[in-house]
Design a protein around this ligand. Sequence first.
Ligand code: PEP
Length: 477
Amino acid sequence: MKTTNRCTKIIFTVGPATDNEKILHSLIKNGVDICRLNMAHGNSEWASITIQKIKKVCNNANRQIAIMMDIKGPEIRTGEIEGVWELKKDELFNLYTQRYEHEQDSKPFQTRGVMVNYPKLINDVQVGQVILINNGLIQLKILEKNSNYLHCKVIVPGLLKSKCHINLPGIKIDLPSLTEKDKEVLLIAIQENIEFIALSFVREAQDIVELRSFLVEHNCKPKIIAKIEDQSGLINLTEIIKQSDAIMIARGDLGIECPYEKIPILQRDIINSCLAYGKPVIVATHMLESMVSAPIPTRAEVSDISNAVLQTVDCIMLSAETSVGLYPLECIDVMKKISHEIESSLPLSHNEKIELYLPKNKMLRSAVVLAQELGNAGIVVFTRTGKSAQLISSLRAIQCPIFAFTDNISIYKQMRILWGINPFLLAFLEDHNATIDHALEKLLKDKSMKQGSYAIILTNTIIDQKSIDTIQLRHLI
Ligand code: PEP
């Protein structure tokens, strides 16, 4: 059996450092699983050109990866300013919710200030609260609320640029989960039929329901990934997990919206909840941040990635490292090396947190138990919808390769998110046995499985015109 199959999948974010065909080709050949387009930094035109480029390179490289569009969702930002302003400690500073040229009160004119794109800001905050700008690098304390501006004091000084992200930790903001810009870029995702949409700042399950109905209205059914990045998302986590197809632990914003020392515990708890519900989970942000400008990782970054692999997350994700970093290819090598090393150290076990109710799912678990008991065995699953592959993946069968065959290219690409799944595209024939034979031939030919090993096959068999779920045990001799 090939021992080089990697269980932990890799997502990279495409950007100026990687959106050319040569680098994309190397990344795709080198084993990335999903390409993420971060729409906080791109427009529809860039998205359309980039998606087409990725598809073209996949065809040339003869390896199909999945594409994820990460849409901005509700986000508060500062307005435009000229150049960069240095905000000094204890300086008074105003945040305006209406254009301040028309303000009669003289105070705004004696104090520097900037517009904010959220008109209800003043209603949602209290005097004494702290507003975080640019990932918390600037902090303002609210001294006074006025009809159309907040009068604040700079408590953490820093450099302010146009369109800086604002966080209001613990405050439930009243913005729609899908903005007009989100809807505009979603039309590109729909047109290009991409595999995943990630929604930022998911606060409740209804946010996912609304996104899904927008997509269904446009006859499109990508998988939806809920980004958990604030306290509302944490409070409503269980319902959000049930409504979404996967979860992303967006540690960048989460570490601003919550005390950073809580992040490891939150990460562990979110992963455990996803394992309990059998939903894929992604750990994102700062995994190799130092490699934006250095060719090797820090030891702390190696430990962070190892921890995620030990927690058996489905995917680890790169952001700035591959979008603007100097060493995108090296980052993939580092992630692969760490994943292989840590995965091979994992003790034989499977996910015992998941609750299974359907008899078919219990049967799939028994296939995992059988494969692990035999040792020299791989699971071969045939799936038209991807559901059986997802269930098998969520069982986290350590040291047991899983080969998932589908006849549908979208499902094939969507399976790239799943822990441990090696996806294969294969035409399904009327004769189930012939399909199984073709699959096994393919696995032996590409050395995914070896002569002498056991294949545990999960498929349907037609008996008396009824479809019967079956497990077959075949000795490959
Ligand atoms: C994050 O905040 O960790 C994240 C992944 O989201 P974004 O990159 O959109 O800020």
